[in-house]
Write a protein of this length. Structure first.
Length: 434
């Protein structure tokens, strides 16, 4: 059996190397090829004398060598070998709006190299990290053409892993599964409780040298034109204006019902591909605030990795309208909220698990009307928010979904755990399919 996998940073490389070791324990004849988009992942494998490719860099060099040829291809059509270049660069264009041509040239280079790699290596299995980046999308399309079995890897909530043959996020297979009730409520409650209370590994302490190598390489390679356009890292700018600094001092009214709005990382693939109504958080905050039911209040919570880094317009709007910024512990905030609003953050499933009314603005694997309230048309936001106040989901429906989600769909263990237990289940699932 031949297995081809692709990942990002050193923590991905560590996880995929463990998968490789598990596979070789089962069958020493298995051939495992790993591709890394970032230098830290390449370095992790290389130091351990493992076969690895700094894939995005190889593709970028190929783009440089064949630039004139690829420019001619681009001048004639935006579709190359059946792939719409406008579609596959969509995610990356958000970070590099002035680099559309270079992104399309890189996409052409990916198409040629991926096609040749799949035809030469002839993998039986392809493991993709996510399903939305340029290289991943092209791999996905070409693998489908060739009938290659594909698995999509993604980190899951509650310290778990997702491995799905259809996709991740809103593309996940669980979104369309009709879950049958095959056990009692008491049994489901017990299984869900065991899941919550299971022993979990401590997080692995990453060596900062690996992540530092990505920044060093970006600094050096960007100066000499050798940095692959699709791995150029976003510059984060933290807000220092007076409006932001004062938001945490705004006080919410305990006598009014609280609508807790959860923000997520702005350029997450969920905002790019699975958000039909909103492409930025300022518009979300503004629309939700203007459509709140009377005698209620809005409380906004930032993503922990993006505090102070959202649009200045968002903070100015919150300041002007005296909207408080939530800084409490997450579960404490969910508990005190009367309604939780998400675009498609995984916090939604956590709030649903607490039987909170949850309004989902975008598309997600859990946007099931039996367990939450889904916004299907933007013009209905006011009526959806009003209905959320009195929304009561059946506990049985939530238990049914959570029991299947926790104990059938999710794989226990996270790729950043110190003890990588998820790799054993992943290898078993792959080998059982063949």
């Amino acid at each position: 059996m031949k297995i081809l996998s692709i990942g990002y940073y050193d923590d991905f490389a560590r996880f995929f190397l463990e998968i490789k070791k598990e596979l070789l324990k089962k069958d020493t004849n298995i051939s495992f090829k790993y591709l890394s988009l970032y230098f830290s992942g390449y370095l992790y494998f290389l130091i351990r004398l493992q076969n690895v490719s700094f894939f995005s860099f190889n593709v970028w060099l190929n783009k440089i060598l064949h630039k004139n040829k690829y420019m001619k291809i681009l001048s004639n059509n935006s579709i190359y070998k059946g792939i719409d270049l406008n579609n596959v660069i969509q995610y990356h264009l958000l970070f590099n709006k002035k680099e559309e041509i270079n992104l399309k040239l890189q996409a052409i280079s990916y198409i040629n190299i991926i096609e040749k790699l799949l035809l030469d290596f002839k993998p039986d299995v392809l493991i993709l990290s996510g399903d939305s980046r340029m290289s991943i999308e092209i791999f996905n399309m070409k693998a489908k053409e060739l009938g290659i079995k594909t698995y999509y890897f993604e980190q899951g909530p509650f310290g778990t892993t997702i491995l799905d043959t259809e996709g991740v996020n809103a593309n996940a297979s669980i979104r369309n599964i009709q879950i049958k009730n095959e056990t009692s409520i008491e049994d489901m409650q017990e299984k869900i409780s065991l899941f919550y209370n299971r022993e979990r590994s401590e997080k692995f302490k990453r060596n900062p040298i690996y992540r530092g190598s990505d920044y060093l390489l970006q600094f050096i390679f960007s100066k000499i034109g050798l940095l692959p356009i699709d791995i150029k890292m976003e510059k984060e700018i933290k807000s220092t204006n007076k409006e932001y600094k004062s938001l945490a001092r705004n006080i919410y009214n305990k006598d009014k019902k609280i609508f807790l709005l959860i923000l997520q990382v702005p350029y997450d693939v969920n905002m790019v591909y699975h958000s039909p109504f909103y492409n930025n958080h300022f518009e979300i905050v503004k629309d939700v605030y203007k459509n709140l039911p009377s005698d209620t209040q809005l409380l906004v919570r930032e993503h922990p990795l993006y505090k102070g880094k959202y649009e200045n317009e968002l903070y100015k709007f919150m300041y002007k309208n005296e909207i408080p910024l939530d800084e409490s512990e997450l579960y404490s905030s969910i508990d005190k909220a009367d309604v939780v609003i998400v675009n498609n953050s995984t916090v939604g499933i956590e709030a649903i698990s607490k039987l909170k009314p949850v309004v989902v603005l975008g598309n997600s694997y859990y946007d099931n009307n039996h367990i939450c309230i889904k916004l299907n048309e933007k013009k209905n936001l006011n009526s959806v928010l009003n209905s959320a106040i009195n929304f009561k989901t059946k506990e049985e429906n939530v238990l049914l979904f959570l029991n299947y989600f926790f104990n059938t769909y999710l794989i226990d263990g996270h790729f950043r755990d110190d003890e990588l237990i998820a790799s054993k289940k992943i290898v078993k699932d792959i080998l059982d399919d063949f």
